[in-house]
Design a protein around this ligand. Structure first.
Ligand SMILES: Cc1cc2nc3c(=O)[nH]c(=O)nc-3n(C[C@H](O)[C@H](O)[C@H](O)COP(=O)(O)OP(=O)(O)OC[C@H]3O[C@@H](n4cnc5c(N)ncnc54)[C@H](O)[C@@H]3O)c2cc1C
Length: 422
């Protein structure tokens, strides 16, 4: 990125209905959903989607829920995602290491084709960005870094660095989608309520000596959850994406392990239920936090995605929640006459419609981590009994699944499979 000292200070004015700061998973999903809206959009993103420095599209895979699939289908991008290697999750096996309690959740319990799909974030990024390029109503400034937004009653002024220039544009509505380390929230002195987990996630892909048959595993260990997600095969090799929660004090040692001892440790932590693991890909770690932003009192501005709420990846909810933000918001913008975009009533409509889902998902994932990592007296026994109870009580399975799949409460039209404008 350009040094600020080298900027020429050149200014260019343009008018947009919507400016989106951040073209990561959530910002790009919103822009792609808005392609048919006719509204004039500018997406400003610091790193091109295929850049090694892109923080949203990297080596990670994300588990998309059934609802995410429905949203992408209604946006017209699902076929591309599916054909580029989305691996279906047909069922999930949940267990507590060292105890007998376990349960098994299947797509049959909720009557869907799959519970979700495992997709590499790079694949998702390239498909979403391909959708933006030909859209006549969408301009892209990339690489471009938003340095400031100045909200007024009737418009918002946005300043961003592009090459050696400092550009200034006006818009009716500014969307902050610059992720969990949002510099724009800092600029506005908006402090999300944050809890740093004493854990990090270690991610890699491993080969396995037998087919996964679409089964994902979530195993709760003393250090936190260890997830295996079915991954698309490579050269005939069956594979899992591993998301391994690790206490921060053990992180360095775990990352320093050579392939063989790493696989040995993984195998002993998980057991042999899924087969024998081999060939781990290079490991990458992510620090974990929960953050929630109270409704900001900023004219002409809406905050979405990880900038508004970051959750533990235990149940694969973060992007799914952000995608539901994007689906709801695109629908509201689509249905609002251009002159009304960004008015206080439009902004309130958005925040009111997203409050319940956000609170539920953030609270649910945090409780899951707390319950399954706590060593408080009786809790291990209680959760063991709870897993056994869920296993034998199908309505509990349905209840749990409908919440984790985003099939609860009021839903946007896109989440119900209705394309914008129909
Ligand atoms: C280990 C791990 C596993 C996960 N697994 C899952 C999963 O299975 N399922 C799931 O749903 N979620 C999962 N998540 C969560 C998911 O990755 C995030 O919720 C998602 O990336 C949030 O997207 P975002 O666009 O809001 O933010 P980000 O992904 O952080 O993207 C922000 C974008 O804004 C850009 N940007 C930043 N500042 C500026 C600026 N000033 N100007 C312009 N651009 C800027 C960045 O370059 C970036 O492209 C996981 C997260 C982790 C850490």
């Amino acid at each position: 990125m350009m040094e600020e000292a080298s900027l020429t200070g050149e200014t260019q004015h343009g008018d947009y209905d919507v400016v989106i700061a951040g073209g990561g998973l959530v910002g790009a999903s919103l822009a792609a959903a808005l392609a048919p809206s006719g509204k004039k959009i500018l997406v400003i993103e610091s790193h091109p989607p295929d850049s090694a420095r892109q923080p949203s599209y990297d080596e990670r895979t994300v588990a998309l829920t059934h609802t995410a699939r429905v949203i992408f289908q209604a946006m017209g991008v699902w076929e591309d995602i599916r054909s580029m290697g989305a691996e279906p999750i047909l069922d999930i096996h949940i267990s507590d290491r060292g105890r007998s309690g376990q349960t098994h959740l299947s797509c049959k319990h909720v009557g869907t084709r799959a519970l979700g799909y495992v997709v590499p974030t790079r694949v998702l990024g390239s498909i979403l960005w391909d959708r933006l390029k030909p859209a006549g109503n969408i301009d892209i400034a990339c690489p471009g870094r938003v340095v400031e937004s100045e909200p007024y009653r009737d418009h918002c002024q946005v300043k961003y660095e592009s090459g050696e220039h400092l550009q200034t544009v006006d818009c009716r509505l500014m969307i902050i989608a610059d992720g969990g380390r949002s510099s724009l929230l800092k600029q506005h002195h908006l402090e999300p309520r944050t809890f740093e987990y004493p854990q990090s996630a270690v991610l890699c892909i491993v080969s396995v000596d037998r087919p996964h048959h679409g089964r994902a595993y979530e195993r709760f260990t003393d250090e936190g959850p260890l997830a295996l997600l079915p991954h698309c095969p490579l050269n005939g090799n069956h594979r899992y994406a591993v998301v391994w929660t690790t206490r921060n004090e053990n992180l360095e040692a775990r990352l320093a392990l050579e392939d063989r001892p790493f696989i040995r440790l993984l195998q002993s932590s998980f057991g042999d239920r899924a087969g024998n693991f081999t060939h781990p890909s290079p490991r990458k770690s992510y620090s974990l936090k929960r953050s929630t932003l109270c409704r900001p009192d900023l004219d002409r501005t809406i905050v979405i995605g990880n900038a508004a709420h970051t959750v533990h990846p235990v149940a694969g909810q973060g992007f799914n929640l952000g995608l539901r933000d994007a689906a709801e918001l695109s629908e509201i913008i689509f249905n609002t006459p251009a002159g009304q975009v960004g008015t206080p009533s439009m902004i309130d409509l958005y925040y009111d419609s997203r409050a319940r889902d956000t609170k539920m998902v953030s609270g649910f994932t945090h409780s899951l981590v707390s319950i399954f990592t706590s060593k408080r007296l009786f809790l291990p026994t209680a959760r063991n009994l709870a897993l056994q109870a869920i296993e034998h009580f199908p309505p509990a399975k349905r209840f749990l699944l409908r919440r984790t799949l985003g099939m609860h409460g009021r839903q946007s039209g896109l989440a119900l499979g209705i394309p914008l404008g129909e």
